[in-house]
Design a protein. Structure first.
Length: 65
């Protein structure tokens, strides 16, 4: 069963606020690309989840093409 947790992130290209839904059942380290809802520029989201507290740490960087 997936457990989705909404996590806000800011686009490194245009500065717009976005919302990612992190699936807590997909492991404590995740990395994927998501497009900004405003400018459609892809960003790489790196997610680390503390297995004891379920606290989510999110790093966002522009995707290198």
């Amino acid at each position: 069963m997936s457990v989705l947790e909404p996590v806000p992130w800011q686009c490194p290209s245009c500065g717009a606020s976005n919302l990612a839904e992190v699936d807590l059942s997909c492991g404590h380290h995740q990395r994927y690309t998501e497009d900004c809802e405003t400018c459609c520029t892809p960003s790489v989201l790196t997610i680390d989840i503390d297995t004891a507290t379920q606290e989510i740490e999110l790093q966002v960087e522009a995707e290198n093409r």
